[in-house]
Ligand binder design. Structure first.
Ligand SMILES: Cc1cc2nc3c(=O)[nH]c(=O)nc-3n(C[C@H](O)[C@H](O)[C@H](O)COP(=O)(O)OP(=O)(O)OC[C@H]3O[C@@H](n4cnc5c(N)ncnc54)[C@H](O)[C@@H]3O)c2cc1C
Length: 379
């Protein structure tokens, strides 16, 4: 996001804090909460308002792990790293669930269902179950379709479920006691000998340290992220409330490309449709819906849920930050170790976010290595 000389001429009010966080999404607000618990004061500077990026546009699925099935992840990242990712995910979900209970956030631990769209995917589910169970991750393989909607098999993960992402985010933001400067795009971060200075449209903030939590928008803030984080669009639709719940779980199939859940008001959410439209949905920060993706979602609704005849009442889009290997990046900028980052959540901010925010804060404060998520792997 650029800021012109007319919008800000360097004469904005100047203030100070211990840590500036850029971006008031799930990552920024959770990092602010960890910093608050460690005794630091934080100011969050946000281009729009709390959660107006991906964090309030997602599907609210809390699913352990990644969109890659466990055994596939082992092939890509190795056994130890995959265990590390799944453990971090398990801890993240436990953190959101505890936070939700504490603050009265709508949440249900109704389980997740990873469903097979094809016989090939069924084999992947079988292998994934074996590897998860061997590594101590609770899951159950169901050789027939628990929804009786034509799927080939499923994995049930009992501790997963759905959440109201905006209520969660607001609760975390309030608990962080961070100061918010909203509607104020950051356009420069300058290093001085004793402080880092963050320039935003409405204010200049001096701090000991800075944490960049701008996810998909990171390449527009700092050139370090160009070629490392790419914005990708994701879309959903929702029906009017239905007389009965349809899934009673959060459902995920076609390797995570399609997803569906019951909403708190009784409607049905369907998301996905990106696999067939990667060029159209890739490399964009425009959060608008597109006809080809919405047509796929509608067709899926008709095919898999023909009994759902309630009208579609909402369609929306959001922007995710992708990295080449599908994992978030945590670290600090090569030019200044006082400027940390936690970006590139790859559509898994609820699955991984709390653990990633914790690692980013530990790295920023104590220099702790971020493990498999270390952003230097792309340098
Ligand atoms: C449709 C959709 C469905 C999804 N479903 C799920 C799901 O079910 N489960 C799951 O785990 N994940 C899901 N995700 C992904 C999840 O929403 C994200 O991973 C998560 O919200 C990322 O949080 P964040 O704080 O890193 O990014 P964001 O929420 O995008 O926050 C980044 C913030 O930075 C701000 N910003 C950017 N540039 C600047 C600047 N220059 N100055 C100041 N502020 C700036 C932006 O305005 C924004 O508010 C989904 C995403 C989408 C779009």
């Amino acid at each position: 996001m650029t800021v012109s000389v007319w919008q800000a001429n360097g004469e904005q009010p100047v203030e100070s804090t211990d840590v500036v966080i850029i971006g008031a999404g799930l990552l920024g607000c959770t990092a602010a909460l960890y910093l608050h618990q460690t005794g630091y004061t934080t100011t969050i500077i946000e281009a729009r308002d709390v959660g107006l990026g991906a964090s309030s546009r997602n599907a609210g699925f809390m699913i352990t792990g990644l969109d890659k099935y466990y055994h596939q992840a082992e092939m890509v990242y190795g056994e130890a790293a995959t265990r590390e990712i799944w453990e971090l995910s398990r801890r993240s979900l436990a953190f959101w669930q505890d936070t939700a209970r504490q603050h009265g956030v709508w949440m249900e631990q109704s389980s997740s269902l990873l469903l097979a769209e094809t016989p090939e995917e069924r084999l992947e589910l079988e292998q994934s179950t074996r590897r998860m169970q061997a590594n101590g991750f609770d899951c159950e393989y169901l050789s027939s379709d628990p929804l009786q909607r034509g799927y080939y098999a499923a994995i049930r993960q009992a501790t997963d479920g759905g959440i109201h992402p905006v209520q969660l985010l607001n609760a975390i933001f309030q608990a962080s006691e961070a100061k918010l400067i909203a509607n104020s795009e950051v356009y420069a971060i300058e290093s001085e000998a004793t402080e880092v200075v963050v320039y935003s449209r409405l204010a200049i903030v001096r701090a000991q340290k800075v944490l960049i939590c701008t996810n998909a928008y990171s390449p527009y803030l700092d050139p370090y992220f160009v070629g490392k984080v790419t914005p990708n669009r994701a879309q959903c639709l929702a029906t009017a409330p239905l007389p009965e719940r349809v899934i009673n779980a959060v459902g995920y199939s076609d390797y995570g490309y399609m997803y569906y859940r019951d909403l708190p008001d009784g409607g049905l959410l369907i998301g996905g449709g990106r696999k067939q439209n990667k060029a159209l949905e890739g490399d964009t920060t425009e959060d608008r819906t597109t006809d080809p993706v919405q047509a796929i979602l509608e067709a899926y609704l008709k095919t898999r849920f023909p009994d759902v005849t309630a009208p579609i009442v909402r369609r929306w889009a959001g922007i995710m930050g992708f990295t080449d290997d599908g994992l978030p990046m945590v670290g600090s900028l090569p030019r200044d170790a006082r400027i940390g980052y936690a970006v590139g959540l790859n559509g898994h901010g609820l699955s991984l976010g709390a653990g990633i925010a914790e690692r980013a804060v530990d790295h920023l404060l104590y220099g702790t290595h971020a493990g498999i998520f270390d952003g230097q792997r792309f340098d």
